[in-house]
Write a protein that binds this ligand. Structure first.
Ligand code: AQP
Length: 329
């Protein structure tokens, strides 16, 4: 049976949060099964859509690659690479941009959110970045793309672009589908639980970084914004409480009913303590493994070089076909 192809990526704009981990990275690890072939990348080109400091980007890109391995990405099984090391992505992006309507890009909610956040730098890259993301996906013939809820719209755009291109020029691209976790497709900020947790939040108390110390994690959960209701329940409008229960379920494997039962008759102090404990147990092994991998410079460089070579081989085939379909070869 032909293997299902999986592709996903993460921007090296900072240290991944618990949201990135639960929404995406943990799923990346789980999808490495015998009937799948996974490509995972550090999306450094996407990181340029906001202002960056070159030396920081270089360092964060390596650090992100080490963290992905620490989260369980096995480079012997799944090519792990840096997006800009595979030049074919940017080339395919131009072709796809000519198959994408401005009306579609105008509807992207992330563009609206990021433009509001970076009002002094609303650049064309920020606007067209979903097209590059479509190229990232389509160039590998990915059937599935594990993402958090905020990226679902971009995968749907990639689907539409693939269908339109195939209809216009003949069968070229696999039409991908997004895959989201049962719990935690959108982990919310701890200080503003009506908005998603983000690694570039200006308030560090708003997110749990994968490299936070256990004591910091406990403190951040203690400060998490909740509400004045006397009971712990998963209910409409109880954003902070719902978020804590969701994180608890994601890290313990319990169902929501079981989680609510665990906190019957308890107050927020108990819930926050239990959530912190569950999160620490989940990410402590990741932290230990991260330090070990980052210290082995030669190994990390070797993994990324080999990953880029494997990815480029597959990417070039799709690029050649797409170029030929539109009349460039
Ligand atoms: N809060 C979240 N809950 C669940 N999943 C999330 N993801 C991001 N935030 C959450 C998922 O993580 C993957 C990698 O995301 P990304 O870093 O490439 O871009 P992003 O979605 O813009 O994430 P951030 O943390 O908000 O980054 P910044 O602050 O740089 O914009 C994606 O699959 C995403 O869905």
């Amino acid at each position: 049976m032909e293997k299902k192809i999986i592709l996903s990526g993460i921007k090296p704009t900072g240290i991944p949060t618990l949201g990135n981990y639960i929404g995406a990275l943990r799923n990346w690890r789980l999808m490495q099964q015998d009937d799948n072939y996974c490509y995972y990348m550090v999306a450094d080109l996407h990181a340029l859509t906001v202002r960056n400091v070159p030396e920081e980007l270089r360092q964060q890109t390596r650090s992100m690659a080490a963290l992905l391995m620490a989260c369980g990405i096995d480079p012997e099984r799944s090519p792990l690479f840096i997006q800009s090391h595979v030049h074919q992505h940017a080339e395919l992006s131009w072709l796809l941009g000519c198959t994408t309507y401005m009306g579609e890009l105008n509807r992207m909610t992330q563009f609206k959110d990021k433009s509001a956040k970076h009002a002094d730098n609303i650049n064309a890259g920020l606007y067209t970045y979903p097209v590059l993301m479509a190229a990232d996906i389509l160039i590998y013939g990915a059937h599935q793309v594990p993402v958090g809820d905020d990226q679902k719209q971009h995968v749907e755009l990639a689907r539409n672009i693939a269908i339109r291109f195939n209809n216009a020029f003949g069968e070229t691209f696999v039409v991908p589908e997004p895959v989201m976790p049962k719990f935690g497709a959108r982990i919310m900020g701890l200080q503003d639980p009506e908005h998603k947790m983000s690694k570039t939040d200006t308030n560090p108390n708003g997110y749990i970084s994968l490299l936070d110390d256990p004591a910091v994690i406990t403190k951040k959960f203690k400060k998490a914004v909740t509400d004045c209701e006397p009971t712990i329940a998963y209910a409409e409008g109880r954003y902070g409480c719902n978020n804590l229960l969701t994180i608890y379920c994601a890290c313990t494997g319990k169902t929501m009913d079981e989680a609510v039962k665990d906190f019957e008759g308890c107050g927020y102090g108990r819930l926050k303590g239990a959530v912190a404990e569950a999160v620490i147990a989940e990410i402590e092994p990741v932290q230990r493994e991260y330090r070990r991998i980052l210290d082995d410079r030669e190994y990390l460089d070797g993994v990324l070089k080999k990953g880029a070579e494997q990815a480029a081989e597959r990417a070039q085939k799709t690029l050649d076909l797409a170029f030929s379909r539109v009349g460039l070869r």
